[in-house]
Write a protein that binds this ligand. Sequence first.
Ligand code: ATP
Length: 374
Amino acid sequence: MSEEAPAGDPGPGLDAVLRARLGGFALDVSLTAEPGEVLALLGPNGAGKSSALRALAGLVPLTGGHVRLDGRDETTTAVEGRPIGMVFQDYLLFEHMSALDNVAFGPRCQGVPKAGARARAAELLDHMDLSAYAHTRPRHLSGGQAQRVALARALAVRPRLLLLDEPMAALDASTRIEVRSRLRRLLTGFDGVTVLVTHDPLEAMVLADRIAVIESGRVVQEGAPAEVARRPRTAYVARLVGLNLFRGRGDGEAVVLDARDGEGRSGGHGAGSAHGGGPARVAVREPREGPALVAFPPRAVALYPEHPHGSTRNVWRSTVDGIERFGDQVRVHLAGPPALVADITPAALADLGLTHGDTVWAGVKASEVECYPQ
Ligand SMILES: Nc1ncnc2c1ncn2[C@@H]1O[C@H](COP(=O)(O)OP(=O)(O)OP(=O)(O)O)[C@@H](O)[C@H]1O
């Protein structure tokens, strides 16, 4: 199944190329991670995150690619033979076993004698502050406690790869915060690779060293959380992190937006289509040539009743397309082009007296615009 030749000496950590077909869905992702690293797979529903995780586990057959862990090829290793631990959202504990026996189960299956397996399980439960619940059956545990037992069970087999699929999705908000901070501490001390599936950007930002954004079965962006947040490459990521994002072409001092590109916070409004004769342009702080992405936060967009005078180099006449409360701010959607969102204070909204369909001028300083190659 490993069709690609190993690229030099495969180092420690994870090196995976996952190609699979699930019905009409094609998965084709490459993932790498160093030992000790937490890689989050972030993406919309149906993007293929869980399928990628299941493929790493050996639960989805590959049509191509490979899974290498610490230099060993595990592509054809059976699920139970892989050095992995799994916590899935609906991966239930064994109801007829105590928390301790649930955790000891994996080591027992690996051939560890009963006393040794139970000692390891007790140690892990202690680490999770669950010693008092060692003999409790899962149905008497809270959701958060059960999730911690599931984590202990996954770690009990001393995995080199920990797979977490939306591990906190079933928990209520306050429990989730508690489990998340505990998980963070736990992962800091784990020297294997962790791959975490989530569609919660906050979870990814808090827990991951690196994020791989998956859309339609492909990795569309990869990088450190701060980098992904600052320089999104797709409309999905821009929406997640709350940025206005446009594609275009640099012609020196400005980026001329693609006429067809509907990307932007309001989505699908055709940012940059012809308006007043020419395509929309965004002035940038550093000269830029060639295909480029421009991004700026909604709070950088100021709204004016008249064309503003002053240093603001980006000014567009636009129409209010929607107004919504957003924290202690008000988020104003502008139809464009370019279609964008502006966050202003309730007082500013009252001053402007804006309602749906009104015409307004939107301004953004070039110094507020992030511009980077496509
Ligand atoms: N066993 C299967 N047979 C056919 N299609 C499948 C199977 N499993 C998954 N799919 C399809 O593969 C695609 C990816 O699903 P997957 O569950 O991996 O996405 P996801 O990113 O994890 O989404 P979610 O966040 O909603 O769980 C979907 O279109 C899904 O319908």
